[in-house]
Design a protein around this ligand. Sequence first.
Ligand SMILES: [Mg+2]
Ligand SMILES: [Zn+2]
Length: 163
Amino acid sequence: MRNVIFLDRDGVINNNSLYYVYKPQDVVFNDGVFETLNIIQQKGFEYIVISNQSGISKGIYSKHDVEKVHNFMKQEFNKHSINILEFYYCTHHPEVENCLCRKPQTLLIEKAVARFNIDVSQSYFVGDKQTDLETAVNYGITPVLIEPNSNLKTIIGKIKFES
Ligand SMILES: [Mg+2]
Ligand SMILES: [Zn+2]
């Protein structure tokens, strides 16, 4: 089975001061992201990104924009030998349409777990918002809450490594 670190995107992987990040050129990786994910990956964890992208529902940007951002991120992670299994995102906003996938709901995690044979008891959810923490708790995954746009290395001490 796989041990996975679920990652929120905006505020965790990239700086979200812009609020809506939907262009590759607006992606600013937060400090420590590559180093930290490298270290944790070497301990046997893999990564899945789970994010709310309600700007799609609101018509601010398109799914295509989000895919471009994710492809850019994948490329940058690959340069650092970091493999992201999948980027899952909710396209909805409750003011426009209801859904079952917007965090703190857990449908996206359920999909990931069904697809990737994940050991939930050995997995973590890293986020920068209360809704991320609630998502983790709602699914029974250990939450790790960080300050928005902070250096990701602070999570290393919160993850239990087998060896
Ligand atoms: Mg966030
Ligand atoms: Zn949704």
